[in-house]
Design a binder for this molecule. Structure first.
Ligand code: 7TS
Length: 406
């Protein structure tokens, strides 16, 4: 299937925005959804909407099979050993918060260390700040190289025998850096720490195998990988999840409820209190089917080509600064001298081009870059070189417009 045919599977892409063909370059914020995902959710609500794990009626059984079937698809997709290790959450943020609230508070003490990096998204910073505050532990940062990469020697330096948790993103949503999470996990384990990987920007774009990485926890969101919003995943090693207490209590997650005490269901359900995100999980399952059909290796290669082409083309614009390393995932973050990134995004929008401007939920990284905000174009399997040409020519126009005004 070529990219033109592939684009036809995404109905939203075929529209005009401000009188111009839509150029959607904001997939790192959320991806668009193929018909097969939209239809899977539609079918659930039209044909077998029911609660799961409850009654024995036919629709309920069908819904339960589809919900649990999606869990098996996730397990296979990330190479986990068993479905007990796959917990459905609302997204990456909720998944990391679960680890922090459960594993973090139970295992981190005063004098311990939690290690993260300067490039983390807020959702992999604030939960750890909270654990550090509540336990008296210290939060430490692995420094970055000038190109926005991490040196393993700096990981070795920062992680010590006092470190209990190392939390790091697999792929940066701002720099596009692909972090050596497997090697970081080895260093963490050598020091007796567990590793939490934020996979929000990796699972949509490249093959991920949690057993090969040997991470202890891995978090990601369905909506960035062609699935719906409101569904995400926490992978955790069974040995650790077994020891952990749930953080949400109520229906669905219990085994027996007495007047003063209760017991929990086995894994993974003890972490899924309340009616789960049934349509979301079914949609995520359909998204995984779709991504596997296209092929993660093809997607990674396509985006790599687009990113390299974008780097080449954008570097022809005077006064445009690009942040991050040359070898990167499929996104480019930049600033144009003298033009605020929000103005860049507004002018691009008038041309039908959607990019994100702001701090990208990475204020410590903005501080490290010495900027308050940037613009970001992020690519996915449906983007084309022609769209990058449209971006470049609109940016040239933006530059001319602002040099004329000021
Ligand atoms: N981690 C990373 C690396 C992310 O890029 C994001 C979202 C999250 C965590 C949070 O995911 P959520 O689904 O729980 O919200 N990143 C972005 C972004 O770059 N632009 O908008 C959202």
């Amino acid at each position: 299937m070529n990219v033109k045919e592939l684009r036809q599977l995404f109905p939203i892409l075929d529209q005009q925005v401000n009188g111009k063909p839509l150029v959607y370059l904001d997939s790192a914020a959320t991806s668009q959804k193929p018909l097969s995902v939209i239809e899977a959710i539609d079918n659930y609500y039209r044909q077998y909407n029911s609660n799961v794990h409850r009654g024995v009626h036919t629709l309920g059984t069908k819904a339960t099979d589809a919900y649990e079937g999606a869990r098996e698809k996730v397990r296979r997709f990330i190479g986990a050993a068993s479905i007990e290790e796959i917990i459905f959450t609302r997204g990456t943020t909720t998944a990391i918060n679960l680890v922090a609230a459960s594993y973090g508070r139970a295992n981190v003490r005063e004098g311990d260390e939690i290690v993260i990096t300067y490039m983390e998204h807020h959702s992999n910073i604030i939960p750890w700040q909270q654990v550090a505050r509540q336990t008296g532990a210290t939060l430490k940062y692995i420094p970055l190289q000038p190109d926005g990469t991490i040196r393993l020697a700096d990981v070795e330096q920062t992680v010590t025998s006092n470190t209990k948790i190392v939390a790091v993103m697999h792929v940066s949503n701002v720099l596009g850096t692909i972090n050596p999470v497997k090697e970081i996990a080895q260093i963490a384990h050598k020091n007796g720490a567990v590793v939490v990987v934020d996979g929000a920007q990796s699972t949509p774009h490249m093959k991920v195998n949690v057993q090969d990485i040997d991470c202890d926890f891995y978090a990601f969101s369905g909506h960035k990988m062609c699935g719906p919003t409101g569904i995400g995943v926490l992978y955790g090693k069974k040995r650790l999840l077994e020891q952990m207490e749930p953080v949400e209590f109520g229906g669905e997650m219990i085994d027996f409820v007495g007047l003063y005490e209760s017991t929990w269901k086995e894994l993974p359900w003890k972490f899924e209190g309340g009616t789960p995100i049934i349509a979301g999980a079914i949609g995520l399952g359909a998204a995984i089917d779709f991504l596997e059909q296209i092929g993660l290796d093809y997607i990674a290669e396509h985006e790599h080509r687009l990113a390299q082409y974008a780097l080449e083309q954008l570097s022809t614009i005077d006064g445009l600064t690009i942040y991050g390393p040359k070898e990167r995932a499929g996104l480019v973050t930049f600033n144009i001298d003298g033009v605020h990134p929000h103005d860049v995004a507004t002018v691009l929008d008038a041309e039908g081009i959607a990019v994100r401007a702001g701090h990208h939920c990475a204020q410590p990284l903005m501080k490290w870059l010495n900027v308050t905000a940037t613009a970001r174009a992020s690519f996915y399997l449906y983007n084309t070189e022609e769209e990058i040409d449209a971006l470049v020519s609109a940016l040239k126009k933006t530059k001319e417009y602002f040099s004329y005004v000021f």
